[in-house]
Design a binder for this molecule. Structure first.
Ligand code: CAA
Ligand code: NAI
Length: 717
């Protein structure tokens, strides 16, 4: 709803009231219409201020209402009504003005913002475009290039940047509503005719065609099949080339297409899923809202390789004091330099001073005695990690939380090396750790709720989306990656090429196909894990393509034996112009190697089509997701989907693997898995799991109902 009062004698003050972000629900929209009527019909009122309750202007349309038919006054005529008002209307922007909220402000005649307010049109992240006139008004106000940037990226700008762009008329560090009221008094006698943004001509640009071609190319490259960014460019083009009324018509058509697309549903699901994972629970019944996290003022990071450096930076940027520790002197020196320059770059981007004084370095464990939390990031080697945890347990003060960044080793085994296993949890970051938004928080069988709460809260403080998961090999993300990678290898054996598999996966929307990704992260990583698992040698009398009773592809191992570790060695599934090179080129050697391999093993290459690549890779991955749910390792499908979108570049416009399974149809996924499992009975990961069958038997309920079919979460090894 919206509240109305008259202040300073002649200013009508309208306050949007819908906590927590004053989203434009049907009731709020009705409230705006009613209170505007009041203000305009009150003869004592000379000007109007619109603000939001509790220091937040407006978080945009109420996304929860998108899934049901529209009720209440529609936004477009409402904003038109504000703009055409005969009395000056001033928007008092504090907190946020996003999406429909900013569009409402664009309909006002003046905009006063707090310097720290965040303004933006983030609809593109919800699979939409600014469809309440935003795509037509913004370019008229700030010019086409700046509008294209804001609308296609959905990025927020601060009040200060908004002033530079010409998006707001004035910025203040004081009480924004008071300033807006003062401003409204000062313009009370000025008719707002010349202030209606929809009547502005769109600023001319010397080469519109080149500008839009460039923008379209950029979004297509970034969007990876997403419709919304492309529609955003088309809508801005309409603003630049058509009169306002026709531009609005084009905006309406484009919005209608997006609104009913599966992509918008998927992205809105992702928006709510990211928030739902914060409401975690544990098998014991401990929950996010009943567990108090411990305070973390000072932390220690052990092992300053790829991960430890990024983790240290993320901690410092979150305001935590850090002792960064590394045994290898050369590595320590290099890490020091790398961390300082990452902190400097980050601070420059954010316009603040680098907090170099928040980090100290050590080549021994001693400082562990004085910290609240430790994150271990040494090599992925259980014996080494156990030793580190033993040392920490002896050194740390009582109550220090001990965390491991392991990619998949058993948290319970690490905990059992310590005197206080309840203080041990996994904090699985993703590379680069100061950039990637995902954190898997892994609770072992003895982890205390407080330890989990502390890791979850620390993740949030670092700007991450933290997902609590149970303890099993590979946790959620890497466990699901295994059958996906396996299928890709098997497909190569059966006749296809890395280029074709990658092309199919990239067309689906992944930033990188599985082989390019493997080249980037290094083939040797998986090789070492397989070695530790005793998988590298075939048992006597068995085919080289069977290990531990199941089908196995030795292709990755054979490449590693040749020193082909991927980008870092200049050769992997592709070739690169030099070690460390980034441009992947098809490698004739690899094709010859695959042919030889097939001949050696009596395999006849067959034609494998797009559908088979996609289904075998993705359905095997989804099937493992269902198993994870069945085992109670993830609490719900949202947890898996958030992990995949934020950690594994699953395209957001496809919601995540579990959401996507629902979009494809669970019945179809089940049938195709049955089909492939019949063709390949020696691949257990293709055997449809019971939960999937059960969901199909129960009529394939929508993804938000799956939890009704799940057991309570638990740790399982
Ligand atoms: N509609 C409905 N609910 C919303 C919402 C919205 N626009 N924005 C936030 N919420 C809800 C969240 O779901 C969350 O609910 P729960 O507590 O139940 O989980 C609650 O408000 C608080 O949100 P956050 O946890 O995200 O709080 P925050 O302080 O970290 O961030 C925010 C606040 C920056 C506004 C962030 O919530 C956000 O980015 N919201 C979405 C903004 C947006 O995309 N607006 C455009 C909507 S589409 C539109 O406007 C199109 C149109 O005109 C046609
Ligand atoms: P890395 O090889 O780059 O760095 C490991 C560092 O630990 C080295 O600098 C080494 O000198 C140091 N080290 C070894 N023993 C030590 C000890 N006893 N005390 C202090 N330092 C010691 O390894 P990376 O890639 O950073 O991985 C670290 C951990 O993070 C591993 O468990 C890995 O599985 C996990 N991880 C790695 C990811 C990646 O993409 N690289 C992603 C997520 C997790």
């Amino acid at each position: 709803m919206a509240q109305y009062s008259r202040v300073s004698g002649t200013v009508g003050l309208i306050t949007l009231l819908n906590p927590p972000v004053n989203a434009l629900s049907a009731a709020v929209r009705q409230g705006i219409v009613d209170t505007m009527d009041k203000a305009l019909s009150d003869r004592k009122v000379k000007s109007v201020v619109i603000c939001g309750h509790n220091g937040k202007f407006c978080g945009g349309a109420d996304i929860r209402e998108f899934s049901s038919p529209l009720t209440g006054p529609p936004l477009i005529p409402l904003i038109q009504g504000v703009e055409s008002a005969a009395k000056p209307v001033v928007a008092a922007i504090e907190g946020v003005a996003l999406g429909g909220g900013l569009e409402l402000a664009l309909g006002c005649h003046y905009r006063i913002a707090h310097s720290k307010a965040r303004l933006g049109l983030p609809e593109v992240h919800l699979g939409l475009l600014p469809g309440a006139g935003g795509s037509q008004r913004l370019p008229r106000l700030i010019g086409v290039p700046a509008a294209l940037d804001l609308i296609t990226t959905g990025r927020h700008v601060t009040g200060a940047e908004a002033l530079q762009l010409g998006l707001v008329d004035k910025v203040t560090d004081r009480n924004t509503v008071d300033e807006a009221v003062k401003f409204a008094l000062s313009v009370a006698d000025q008719p707002p005719n010349s202030r209606r943004v929809s009547t502005f001509p769109c600023p001319r640009h010397p080469d519109l065609d080149a500008l839009f071609e460039g923008a379209m190319q950029r979004v297509r490259q970034r969007a990876r099949g997403a419709l919304a960014p492309v529609a955003c460019v088309q809508a801005v083009r309409a603003a630049a080339t058509l009169p306002y009324a026709q531009g609005m018509e084009r905006e309406r058509e484009l919005m209608a297409t997006l609104f009913t697309s599966g992509q918008a549903r998927a992205q809105q699901y992702h928006f709510f899923a990211q928030r739902a994972v914060g409401r975690w629970s544990m098998p014991s019944g401990a929950r996010w809202d009943t567990t108090k996290p411990g305070a973390v003022h000072k932390a220690m990071v052990i092992g300053l390789g790829t991960m430890g450096r990024g983790i240290s930076v993320a901690l410092v940027q979150a305001g935590v004091s850090v002792v960064a520790m590394e045994t290898n002197e050369k590595q320590l020196m290099e890490a020091k330099q790398a961390i300082s320059s990452m902190l400097e770059r980050g601070a420059k981007r954010r316009g603040v001073a680098p907090a170099l004084d928040k980090i100290g370095y050590s080549s021994n464990m001693e400082p562990a005695a004085d910290v609240d939390l430790v994150i271990e990031a040494v090599f992925e080697d259980m014996a080494l990690k156990k030793k580190v945890f033993q040392q920490l347990s002896a050194l740390c003060k009582p109550g220090t939380f001990l965390c491991s960044n392991t990619s998949g080793l058993d948290i319970d085994q690490l905990a059992s090396e310590t005197r206080h296993p309840e203080l041990v949890v996994g904090m699985h970051f993703f590379a680069p750790a100061h950039v990637m938004k995902l954190l898997e928080v892994v609770y072992g069988s003895r982890s205390s709720p407080q330890a989990v709460a502390t890791a979850m809260e620390l993740g949030k403080q670092m700007g991450k989306v933290s997902v609590a998961v149970g303890n099993c090999r590979g946790f959620v993300g890497n466990r699901m990656l295994k059958p996906y990678l396996e299928q890709a290898f098997f497909l190569l054996e059966e006749g296809t090429t890395p280029e074709f598999v990658d092309q199919v996966l990239e067309e689906f929307g992944f930033a990188m196909g599985v082989f390019r990704m493997s080249d980037l992260s290094g083939l040797d990583v998986g090789w070492r894990v397989r070695k530790a698992d005793g998988l590298l040698n075939a048992s006597e009398g068995h085919s080289a393509r069977i290990r531990q009773g199941c089908r196995y592809s030795p292709l990755g191992d054979l490449l590693c034996e040749q020193g082909r570790f991927g980008q870092k060695t200049g050769r992997g599934w592709y070739q690169y112009d030099k070690p460390g090179g980034r441009v992947a080129k098809p490698d004739p050697w690899l094709h010859g190697f695959l042919e030889k391999f097939r001949t050696q093993h009596g395999l006849v290459a067959r034609r494998i089509d797009h559908q088979e690549v996609l289904e075998r890779c993705l359905y095997a991955l989804m099937n493992e997701g269902f198993r994870i749910l069945e085992d109670g390792i993830a609490a719900g499908p949202e947890d898996i989907d958030v992990i995949y979108v934020l950690g594994y570049s699953w395209p957001p416009h496809r919601g995540g693997p579990m959401f996507y399974a629902g979009m494809v149809g669970l019945q179809k996924v089940l049938e195709r898995l049955e089909h492939y499992h019949q063709e390949h009975p020696d691949i257990p990961s293709l055997k449809p799991c019971n939960l999937l069958r059960n969901l199909v038997v129960n009529g394939s309920p929508p993804v938000h109902k799956w939890r009704e079919f799940l057991k309570k979460p638990q740790s399982q090894l």
